[in-house]
Design a binder for this molecule. Sequence first.
Ligand code: IVH
Length: 672
Amino acid sequence: MKGRAAAARAAELRRLIERANHGYYVLDKPEISDAEYDRLFRELQELEAKHPELRTPDSPTHRVGAPPAAGFKKHRHLVPMLSLANAFNEAELAEWEERNARLSPEVKTAGYTLEVKIDGAAVSLTYDDGVCVIGATRGNGVEGEDVTTNLRTVLDVPLRLRGKGWPKLMEVRGEVYLSKTRFAELNKERDHAGEPTFANPRNAAAGALRQLDPKITRSRRLRIFCFHVEAPGQKLPVATQHDLLQQLAAWGFPVEPHHKLVPDLAAANQEIATFEPLLEQLDYGADGVVVKVNPLELHAELGTVGDREPRWAIARKFAPEVRVTRLKEIRINVGRTGALNPYAVLEPVEIGGVTVSTATLHNFELIKAKDIREGDLVEVTRAGEVIPQLLGPVIKKGVRRARPYQPPDRCPVCKSKVEHPPDEVMVYCPNVSCLGRIFESIVHFASRTAMDIRGLGPERVKALLDAKLIKDVADLYELTTMQLLTLEGFAEKSAQQLVAAIQASQQQPLSTLLFALGIRHVGVQGARLLARHFGTMKALAKASADEINKIRGIGPAIAEAVAGFFVEPKNRKLVERLEKLGLNMKEPEATEGKGPLAGQVYVITGTLPSLSRAKAGELIEAAGGHVTDGVSRNTTAVVVGADAGAKLEKAKAFGVPLIDEAELLRRARAKP
Ligand code: IVH
């Protein structure tokens, strides 16, 4: 190809690739197959290699492998992003009102809105003529980071507004968060993949926003609630905060649904009392109630304290419930990767209606820093965090304590000398045959998100290992009913059931098997991408790290880990043995765009009678449909199970059809 033709083709390819990226990363609606994408990409690479003059700085080929190395551009907010003052009780709230009343006496009768204070990461979305043009973090309040590409992956951020009446240029302020459900799921996946878990949903959300690679942000499935607008020098079509919330919802912004309008502070206090128990129940972190003066006119009049806090709003916070109990013992769990995870065994104590008897201690450095010793009285809390936290010891004068805690220098399970990589806080057992590690890897293999072997939980895995009936996951497939009957707790029927469940798991697709093998960094999503790309275990086992790295959605860490896994003779042998034992080593062809549910989008909520959520999702995808987390107007139907939550409410609000598991099975023409 010569000069002009080559230039035209390069431009065309760039356009096609960018469009495919947009569909894939931003819209969550891939328009072309992976193979097609790879073909276009390679053609562009070759063209640029032959005609270096055609290489433009914005060519998508520059994005191959690693995401852009530099940080984010700075973004200066039109109006600074403020924080809020706190009030911890009624008296402090009353003082706040008195201070305001000295400036504007009307506040006492003007009414207040009460809003749930979302505990996430503050962001500002800039809309120009109703189109989202910039998304930025708070930063220092005056200047944040431009994370537009990442914020566009937050599926409920409206990219274009609905309705009418918005100011030409406005900044909409909101809070990006991670649902507690998604947080637990992510941590489970990360734990399975041998990656460090997140401390709380807020950190996970803030971290996700600042990823250089938007596909990582997207995979976290962040959400947003909006609550404030800045439109300097322009008119808003509403006069009160309460109407503003309604207006935001009409424009298409997600607005937290529990907000209330009250006539005065006495009514506010009454309502706030009902918020306190509610906050715990929500599927997102909420660290208080924001009380706002209702008329926007008074906001302007009251103004701000410096460039820091508005006078017209305050955060009413609830002191977290902290209980004191005795730390009976510090125990260590050896994870699948060999990481030694210390945890506290506590004298059971009730915190916020939940009985707590263990708490994570994270790592040995933390135990040392807080000087936590066995036998200590300790403070424990569950505030905002999902996992109980041990705050620290309560030291009383004159009370004798045990000696400072000594981290072990040997693995508590296999007694190997532990290793402490210099750049890590975690300490590891280096022995790949350590029973502790093997135990965890078999439990993971059998778990619901992996091979889904019903009836094979941690206790039974332990019993099988103790009785030396198994040494690895392949041994499971040679277990007989007779052998199981020699174990305590098994009868004819339960033994047969377990053998049947193990046999049934042989049919799991390659993606499930890959995830179940517990290759470092390979989570559910990564395993699916690998299986779809290579199709068979053989093809994957032969691939180099470079080849794997080229797959969209797979980063260098996964690529290295996967290639490294298949280099290890022990692992190759295990995989060969599994194949001989009859396990499925193939991935069924992707059916996207085909099948009875082609083009349909489903949301699953609550516990279904027979299918796990993962299985229901697989079934929908196998029938050509798509599963998303959040209900929107594009949702075909919501599959509702027992104890369905906010999604059910949202579906009703949007008028999205509700169906049950039986109807889903009918539509997908599947049997349970
Ligand atoms: S109003 C000038 N309302 O809390 C506007 N903030 O600690 C001030 N937040 O930076 C914020 N939920 O990111 C407001 N319903 C809500 C909120 C909320 C969460 C965050 C917000 C703010 C931080 C202040």
